[in-house]
Design a protein around this ligand. Sequence first.
Ligand code: ZN
Length: 489
Amino acid sequence: MATKLMLYNTLSRTKEVFRPINEQHVGMYVCGPTVYGDPHLGHTRPAITFDLLFRYLKALGYKVRYVRNITDVGHLEHDADEGEDKITKKARLEQLEPMEVAQYYTNRYHTFMDKLGVLPPSIEPHASGHIIEQVELVKRIFDAGYAYESNGSIYFDVTKYNESFHYGKLSGRNLDDVLVGTHEIDGQSDKRNSYDFALWKKAQPEHIMRWPSPWSDGFPGWHLECTAMSTKYLGEQFDIHGGGMDLMFPHHECEIAQSCAALGHDSARYWIHNNMITIGGQKMGKSLGNFITLEQLFTGTHDKLEQAYSPMTVRFFILQAHYRSTLDFSNEALKAAEKGYDRLMKAVEVLGKLKASESSTVDVADLRTRCEDAMNDDLSSPMVISALFDWVRIINSIADGKEQISSADLEELRRVVNLYVFDILGLRNERTEGADDKVAPLMDMILEIRRNAKANKDWPTADLIRNRLSEVGIRVKDNKDGSMDWEQI
Ligand code: ZN
């Protein structure tokens, strides 16, 4: 299948034409969440970015195997491979079984991703369910001579590796930069060099999550799971590896090192990274007081929030920026996104009611071409949205009788708008959500009665209908031409 899709590959630092290994199948691995806390704003951007890519690849006709992992073991408190496992710590503090913590937050993650219109991946492997594969991988790296044992733990020998490969090639660093950037934490370290990273950690006596291995009772290092699980489900070479920019170093750099050490070559051909969300120009962080969970975002219960923002407003807000640009979160920007999303959904509703004319004064192929070109240019969702907004104006002009559209063009316009708005951008119309199939015809009937009442100057009945509808959360809008619209508040 020949497509014109260009993707920015972090590895080559250029946009490349996407050519999968297999013509019809695409293998994609994305680093998923660590499930020791409630899903938050930081989870939205990678989830939505790779959902957009997943949806677009499928729309292009590829069969996509999308693997997104759940990190439920091995992610430590400190990035220097020391300290306590985050899930273990949470379990200890809350007196729960570690798997109870992991399951609870995994469920929460799924619920919120579903609200955001993020499709579930094809496979969602858990790190704790792949200990055997990880132990095997450590053995391979060890046998290849790129790891050493120290007090029951196994570390990756970065110096040795760097003699044959380039440690830092993804993030554009060399070993000296890495050395400067690695903080030696206090206390005893079993590592030869500060930049070496753990493949297997011997568990301290109080550590609950532990498995037997040839070296010690312990647990795998965080970077290991992604290499083990991507190899297991996508093979020794696969097409796309994605994740947030914050994972590029050290996590993805370590994944590349593990693949090269164990297999002799890279695994992923295209590395794709989404940029981060900032809040008022700052990184989000618990210590900064700007840590916003999705629950708080959707209910408006956080000091930084002036109101609640719906899941689709948040999705639309994220898609309005290119995934490689920074995106600053503010109430103003979210409110603007809310308006934009609402305008788009209203236009989709108008499109559904348009009547065809004999001929067209509009060029529907223009919308299709612009959307295709935008998506093929490294998934430019903002350009897709800009093309759609030009067509919001055109759709409204057709409704006003200023432009005409033939029935063939109208059918094509509905197809293209549905494809891009719902299938590819993954939006839903929250305005009509919760309304079952009978609500629209019932509303048509109620508004007809109200129109008749107004025509007969029966103002009490017209007002009664409006007020009663308002009480059940439906707002009636009177238009100048005597027609009425309604929406759920
Ligand atoms: Zn990963």
